[in-house]
Design a protein around this ligand. Structure first.
Ligand code: NAD
Ligand code: GLY
Length: 350
């Protein structure tokens, strides 16, 4: 078991390991002054782990109510958010009670946003059950729901009070969701550690979950510490995301987020290499690792199709776009690029 302390504006521990769900009851008690717990999950995850988590919470003596919604990104919207808030109100939750988010990033982002805004903010606990949520979404306090115009268009920063990551829950993850998480793990290696890159190449992520998740969370810890509100270095975590989001959006979200990020990482790395920003051979190394995990590395969308969503990506500021550009495996830089130059980056990267 690993425990990583996140010293953000709200401090909390991220506990990672096999069987750590059994700590849930006592850990909630330790948070103090709680009577009621709202367990939030999607239908798939609740079907798998809902009974177990409900029993743990009830056996610890808390009043429990559950809110379960249809799985998938489509549910991360204002309607689901509103329904959850109404349910919290009907359950007469007060500011000392808590929300427990059981699921992937969709559950975590939605529950976190509801917790952040209910009665101007109550505490919440994250129980990530996807690899992507374990290494990224559950840590760092970004909460949001989507609008018709795009993903995460309304949200706020609200740190959880605890993250409990039981790697046993990842055993039921479908292969495509596993791959989505792998893309984010590879992202961490590309932005921060050549040694980690070598480790991911020599041993499959699934065979070293506790270690891999701990390394990623520890790297994220540092970015959150340096730049909790995402005005500078934290943007590094968006490596592969500008063009990845574009692929995702062009596909009408039929290409899953992590798989789109895989393609986005290739586009930006190839382009950086062509422009001599990046050490020769970096893209080949990236492709070697992505191929090992059977990740997609190409898209059929044209540069003119991809550039539109890339330009309205939330990382655009004025006429400039922040691109996260690799220099070599384990090192990236943030470059401000004129938005009219974006298409040429895509052309070079395809
Ligand atoms: P998700 O929450 O939709 O989960 C993916 C699918 O896997 C769902 O169908 C879910 O029901 C299923 N699932 C989850 N856990 C399972 C398990 N253990 N066994 C079997 N099935 C399981 O998607 P995700 O990839 O976890 O998260 C993506 C979301 O996270 C996006 O909305 C994205 O915007 C957000 N995100 C947020 C942050 C952040 O910092 N807050 C970071 C990255 C991504
Ligand atoms: N997922 C990127 C971030 O948390 O900043």
């Amino acid at each position: 078991m690993q425990s990583i302390h996140i010293a953000a504006s709200t401090e909390y521990d991220v506990i990672i390991g096999s069987g750590v769900l059994n700590l849930l009851g006592s850990k909630i008690t330790e948070l103090g002054k709680i009577q009621k717990v709202m367990l939030v999950s999607d239908d798939t995850v609740f079907g798998l782990y809902g009974d177990k988590i409900s029993s743990i919470i009830k056996n610890e003596g808390f009043d429990l109510s559950c809110y379960v919604f249809a799985h998938g990104e489509k549910s991360k919207n204002l309607t689901t958010y509103g329904e959850l808030l109404e349910k919290m109100s009907e359950f007469h939750m007060t500011r000392s009670d808590i929300v427990v988010a059981l699921g992937g990033g969709v559950v975590g982002d939605l529950s976190g946003f509801a917790a952040a805004t209910y009665q101007r903010g109550i505490r919440f606990v994250q129980i990530p059950t996807t690899l992507l949520a374990a290494v990224d979404a559950s840590v760092g306090g970004k909460t949001a729901v989507d609008l018709n115009s795009g993903k995460n268009q309304v949200g706020c920063f609200h740190q959880p009070s605890l993250v409990l990551c039981d790697i046993d829950t990842l055993k039921t993850l479908p292969i495509e969701e596993y791959k989505c998480g792998c893309a984010e793990v590879i992202k961490y290696a590309m932005i921060g550690s050549k040694d980690f890159y070598d480790e991911l190449l020599s041993k499959p992520i699934v065979e070293q979950y506790e270690y891999v998740i701990s390394v990623c969370v520890d790297m994220k810890r540092q970015y959150v510490l340096d730049d909790e509100f995402d005005n500078g270095s934290r943007m590094m975590l968006n490596f592969g995301h500008t063009f990845g989001h574009a692929v995702e959006q062009c596909s009408g979200y039929s290409v899953l987020h992590g798989l789109a990020v895989s393609i986005g990482m290739v586009i930006i790395t190839k382009s950086a290499e062509k422009r001599n920003i990046c050490k020769e051979g970096t893209c080949e190394k990236l492709l070697q690792l992505l191929n090992k995990y059977d990740m997609p590395t190409q898209t059929q969308f044209t540069s003119s199709e991809l550039v539109k969503p890339a330009m309205i990506d939330k990382k655009a500021s004025g006429k400039k776009v922040n691109l996260i550009v690799p220099k070599e495996v384990g090192e990236c830089v943030i470059m401000k690029v004129d938005s009219f130059e974006l298409e040429s980056w895509i052309i070079d990267g395809k």
